[in-house]
Design a protein around this ligand. Structure first.
Ligand SMILES: Nc1nc2c(ncn2[C@@H]2O[C@H](COP(=O)(O)OP(=O)(O)OP(=O)(O)O)[C@@H](O)[C@H]2O)c(=O)[nH]1
Length: 394
C-alpha cells in the first residue's frame, strides 16, 4: 500500500511544465546571481539564503502544488510568489541590470502565457511589492553591474528559458492535435456504429412488419386468418354504424371437400383451397377482407355492401368457381360452393350475431342441397334463397 504522503494525486501538464522550467530557470538565475555576488563581500547567510531560495524553494513549491486540491490555482499563486521573491532579490542586490531584467522578463512571460496581459500586470505588481519589501528591510541599494560574464550568462539563461517555454507549448500543441485526432476517429467510429445500428433497426422493423403480417395471414392461402378477422370485423362494423352504411358477411364453404381430398389427395385439396383464395382475392375491393375462416371455409367481410349486391356477388363467384376446372397433375378437379350471407343492420348489429347468422344461412344452403347462396334474414321466418336450380350439388 502506498502512503498518501508519497502518492502522486494529480499530474497536470501546467504543474509539471512549470516545475521543470522553474527548476531550470531558478538554477540559471542562482548561477548568475552567484557570479554577481562573487567578490562583493556578501555574508555567508546571504549565500545560504541564495542556495535555499533558488535550489530548495522550487522543490518545496512543487510539493505544495501537488498536495493541493486545486493544483492549477496553487501554481498561479506560486508564480506570483516567484515574482515577489525575484523583486526582493533584485532590490537586495542593488538591481544588477541583466539579472533584474532576466527575472522580470521570465516571470512576466510565464504569467502572461497562462493569464494573458492580466498575468503580466500581476507579475509586475508582485515584483514591485517584493522590491519594496527588500528596500524597507535592507534599505535602497543601486549597483546595476553589467560585467560581460553576467550579461552573457543572463542572455544564455533567458534564451534557454524562452526555448524551454516554446518547447512546452509545442509539446502541448502536439498532445492537443493527437487528442483531437483521436476524438475525430472516435467520432467517426461512433457515426459508423450508429449507421450500422440504424440499418439493423430498419431491418428489425421490416422483419417485425413481416412477422405481424405473417401472424395475420393463413400460410396455405395467403388470405387473412381468423385472428385478423376478429380484430377487423368489430372495427369495420363500428365504422359502418358511424357512417350509416350496410356491411355484409359471406361465409363460403367448398361442398363435399372431404371427397376432393379422398379422391385426388390432400395436396390436390390444398390446391383447390388456393384456387378459391385466388378468386376471392381477385374480386375483393380495396376495403374488403378475404379471410380463411376454417379448414375449407372462407369469409368475406364486405363493408358498405347491401344485401342485394352481396347476393349478386356471391352468386357470381359461386357460378365462376363451379364452372371452373382445376388441373392438378393428371386430375381435372371441379367443386362447388355454398354461401351464407348476413348483412348489417337487418341481420344483426354485433359481430357475433352477424357471424352466427351467416353460419346459419350457410347451414341452410348446405341443407337445401349445397351449391347455392342463402341470405339470412331476420325479417323472414326462413332465410331467403337465391334460386339456383341449375347448379345442384355433386
Ligand atoms: N387438403 C386440405 N384439406 C383440409 C384442410 N383443412 C381441412 N381440410 C379437410 O376439409 C374436410 C372438411 O370436411 P367436412 O367438414 O366433412 O366437410 P365437407 O366434406 O366439405 O362436406 P360439406 O361441408 O358438408 O359439404 C376434411 O376432410 C378436412 O380434412 C386443408 O388445409 N387442406
Amino acid at each position: 500500500m502506498r502512503l498518501s504522503f508519497f502518492a502522486k494525486p494529480h499530474r497536470d501538464w501546467v504543474v509539471e511544465g512549470n516545475h521543470t522550467s522553474r527548476v531550470m530557470g531558478f538554477g540559471l538565475i542562482a548561477f548568475v546571481l552567484a557570479v554577481h555576488m562573487l567578490g562583493r563581500g556578501y555574508s555567508e547567510l546571504t549565500w545560504a539564503l541564495l542556495g535555499l531560495q533558488f535550489l530548495a524553494y522550487p522543490q518545496l513549491l512543487y510539493w505544495r502544488t501537488r498536495k493541493s486540491n486545486e493544483p492549477r490555482a496553487a501554481e498561479m499563486n506560486h508564480m506570483s510568489l516567484d515574482s515577489f521573491v525575484f523583486g526582493m532579490w533584485s532590490a537586495y542586490l542593488g538591481f544588477p541590470m541583466w539579472s533584474t531584467f532576466g527575472m522580470c522578463v521570465t516571470t512576466a512571460v510565464t504569467h502572461a502565457s497562462y493569464m494573458g496581459v492580466k498575468g503580466a500586470v500581476r507579475s509586475a505588481a508582485a515584483l514591485s511589492a517584493g522590491a519594496l519589501m527588500a528596500i524597507v528591510l535592507f534599505g535602497f541599494r543601486f549597483s546595476p553591474a553589467m560585467d560581460w560574464p553576467i550579461s552573457l550568462a543572463c542572455l544564455l539563461g533567458l534564451t534557454a528559458y524562452l526555448v524551454s517555454l516554446a518547447n512546452m507549448a509545442h509539446n502541448h500543441n502536439v498532445k492537443l492535435f493527437e487528442t483531437r485526432d483521436k476524438m475525430r476517429k472516435g467520432e467517426q467510429a461512433l457515426q459508423e456504429a450508429n449507421e450500422a445500428l440504424r440499418q439493423q433497426l430498419g431491418e428489425i422493423s421490416v422483419l417485425q412488419t413481416r412477422l405481424r403480417e405473417q401472424a395475420n395471414r393463413d400460410s396455405l392461402t395467403g388470405l387473412y386468418n381468423r385472428r385478423y378477422l376478429d380484430d377487423t370485423l368489430a372495427r369495420e362494423l363500428a365504422r359502418c354504424k358511424r357512417e350509416g352504411q350496410p356491411l355484409s358477411l359471406m361465409l363460403i364453404d367448398i361442398d363435399h371437400f372431404k371427397r376432393v381430398n379422398d379422391t385426388y389427395g390432400h395436396p390436390a385439396g390444398d390446391e383447390v383451397l388456393r384456387a378459391l383464395a385466388r378468386m376471392l382475392n381477385t374480386h375483393a375491393r380495396s376495403g374488403d377482407v378475404a379471410c380463411r375462416y376454417g379448414g375449407e371455409e372462407f369469409l368475406m367481410l364486405l363493408p358498405h355492401m347491401p344485401l342485394q349486391t352481396a347476393m349478386q356477388r356471391a352468386e357470381q363467384w359461386r357460378a365462376d368457381f363451379g364452372t371452373a376446372t382445376l388441373v392438378f397433375g393428371d386430375f381435372h378437379i371441379q367443386a362447388t360452393l355454398s354461401v351464407g350471407i348476413a348483412t348489417y343492420p337487418g341481420d344483426g348489429t354485433s359481430p357475433e350475431t352477424l357471424i352466427a347468422n351467416a353460419d346459419l344461412a350457410l347451414y341452410r344452403a348446405k341443407n337445401n342441397g349445397r351449391n347455392r347462396v342463402v341470405a339470412f334474414s331476420t325479417s323472414h321466418p326462413s332465410p331467403s334463397v337465391l334460386p339456383n336450380s341449375s347448379h345442384a350439388s355433386q
